[in-house]
Design a protein around this ligand. Structure first.
Ligand SMILES: [Zn+2]
Length: 213
């Protein structure tokens, strides 16, 4: 089995608690679920419908404000347009970006299915709680890069793992059956470089900011 990010040969390990098999890349640190444990798309959507992704949940809104605050000062001068890719059922982040006077679009493969980004370019693309659901993260990052203006920025949020199997096997984040791919900042940096992006900064927990070279 080969790594979906860097193509290196990967090691497998079992998760006895979940009765699942994962792979870990010794080169780029990607961890990913064996495909035979993927859930069907209809079950996947059901899982997303269970999330309370709305303005009524103040913790959820605050999480996105913190996300934007992490990089806003770095980008606000040059950011006139944005796309929230994978916005979910209640496009909260998209609304918060609009409130910061940036013209915004949103797209979601289940909830906002119109490909509004076609024939457009953006200064900022956000994608939060998306990349852990992807079996082809490099392909998606490459695609998002094609939607960026020069010097445009991609801001990702996905919880980072520690690269220790013992931590991973106790980690709540792996329990969501739709979470299939897990990153470290190093892994995203390797993937980003291949897509023509540099890492501007990350918080070592869940946020990483990439800029088109
Ligand atoms: Zn790899």
């Amino acid at each position: 089995m080969y790594c979906t990010v860097c193509n290196s040969s990967v090691d497998s390990f079992n998760d006895p608690q979940l009765d699942k098999k994962f792979y870990q890349c010794p080169h780029c640190e990607l961890i990913f679920l064996d495909k035979k444990f993927y859930v069907a798309p209809i079950a996947e959507k059901k899982q997303y419908d269970n999330h309370n992704n709305s303005f009524e949940d103040s913790g959820y809104v605050q999480m996105f404000e913190n996300f934007l605050n992490f990089f806003w000062d770095d980008i606000k001068e040059n950011t006139k347009t944005a796309l929230d890719f994978g916005c979910g059922p209640g496009p909260v982040l998209y609304e918060l970006i609009k409130r910061r006077n940036v013209k915004s679009d949103c797209y979601d493969k289940f909830y906002q299915t119109q490909k509004i980004y076609e024939n457009k370019k953006y200064d900022l693309i956000t994608s939060t709680e998306v990349f852990e659901h992807l079996d082809n993260p490099k392909e998606v990052l490459n695609f998002l890069t094609t939607l960026l203006n020069n010097n445009g920025v991609i801001a990702l949020m996905t919880l980072f793992h520690t690269n220790k199997q013992s931590d991973f096997l106790k980690w709540w984040y792996r329990r969501d059956p739709t979470h299939i791919t897990f990153f470290t900042p190093k892994c995203i940096e390797i993937m980003a470089n291949e897509c023509g992006l540099n890492v501007i900064k990350h918080d070592n927990k869940r946020i990483i900011i990439l800029q088109k070279k």
